[in-house]
Design a protein around this ligand. Structure first.
Ligand SMILES: C[S@@+](CC[C@H](N)C(=O)[O-])C[C@H]1O[C@@H](n2cnc3c(N)ncnc32)[C@H](O)[C@@H]1O
Length: 275
């Protein structure tokens, strides 16, 4: 199977062609159902029931493609569609094994409601296939700043200062609330997709669920965020995208040199080109 490439096609047809249990992780950011009303890809279904039935189909295929020790991440959308995603989570958790619910705290609110608090988070449902998924907790630790380390080292309960320092310098375990700013309109990272995810958010998912060389499949590649993150972290990847304009955007993005300063410091041998 040729890897590190974008497959131009429909999610269901293309997932069906992939071998069973080939992917260590699936990162899926599907259409939301009538949230982006100007986007044809988000308004393809007559009713929520049609949308949910479609989701069950592609998730079924995605879970087939997932390895026994793999994790499947499925993004939901804040705001208007939140209740649809709740129905989806309930249905999927009855058919598949629920593993976790991650809250992506977007830091900045999305002001569309006058009758409620401003929505600021998105949910990410995590499904596992088998009982013992790969999860690398150490790969997503959050570093303490120097002042906090100095303060904690003063704690008299810890006699072995050297061991305590090493423990603190390793950072703390990340919670399932990921606080990462959503992309602003003028962000350098933006490449022309209305629902582009921040690359450092996708990096966290890749880092916790895969090792170098593992395969990550993104069934809705959009602007290529998962591919860009996978390249950087030396994972193999496959992305499916139906819209030829986004395909072009993703290809351009993957060929462009990466910025010198990146949020996660991992060395990359060379840039692979998307097919
Ligand atoms: C929420 S966006 C993904 C954005 C992506 N995570 C990023 O960071 O750029 C969903 C994508 O799914 C694509 N899509 C919609 N229906 C599809 C289908 N049936 N098969 C494949 N891709 C589809 C849309 O064109 C859109 O780019």
């Amino acid at each position: 199977m040729k890897l590190n490439r974008i497959i131009h096609g429909d999610v269901l047809a293309e997932l069906k062609k992939l071998p069973t249990a080939c992917a260590q992780s699936i990162i899926a950011d599907p259409p939301y159902f009538n949230v982006l009303e100007d986007e044809a890809w988000d308004t393809q279904w007559k009713t929520a029931a049609h949308y949910l039935a479609w989701c069950e189909k592609w998730v079924g295929q995605a879970m087939r493609v997932l390895r026994e020790d793999g994790l499947c991440f499925i993004f939901g959308q804040l705001g208007k569609r939140e209740h649809t995603f709740l129905h989806l989570m309930s249905r999927l958790s009855q058919k598949h094994q629920f593993h976790d619910l991650i809250i992506w705290d977007r830091v900045v609110g999305y002001d569309e409601r006058r009758d409620s608090f401003t929505p600021q988070y998105e949910m990410v449902l995590v499904l596992r296939k088998g009982e013992k998924p790969k999860f690398i907790k150490d790969a997503v630790r959050i570093p303490y700043d120097e002042a906090t380390i100095t303060k904690y080292l003063r704690d008299p309960r810890y006699k072995d200062k050297k061991a305590r320092k090493a423990h603190l310098e390793a950072g703390k375990f990340a919670t399932n609330i990921l606080r990462i700013p959503s992309l602003k309109g003028n962000s350098k990272e933006k490449c022309g997709h209305p629902s582009q995810k921040p690359v450092n958010l996708i990096e966290k998912l890749i880092l916790c669920a895969t090792d170098k060389g593992d395969l990550v499949v993104d069934p809705f590649l959009g602007s290529g965020t998962t591919a860009a993150a996978a390249e950087k972290l030396q994972r193999k990847w496959l992305g499916i995208e139906k819209d030829s304009n986004y395909l072009k955007i993703a290809r351009r993005r993957l060929k462009a040199p990466r910025p010198a300063k990146t949020p996660v410091a991992v060395k990359v041998k060379k840039t692979r080109k998307a097919s």
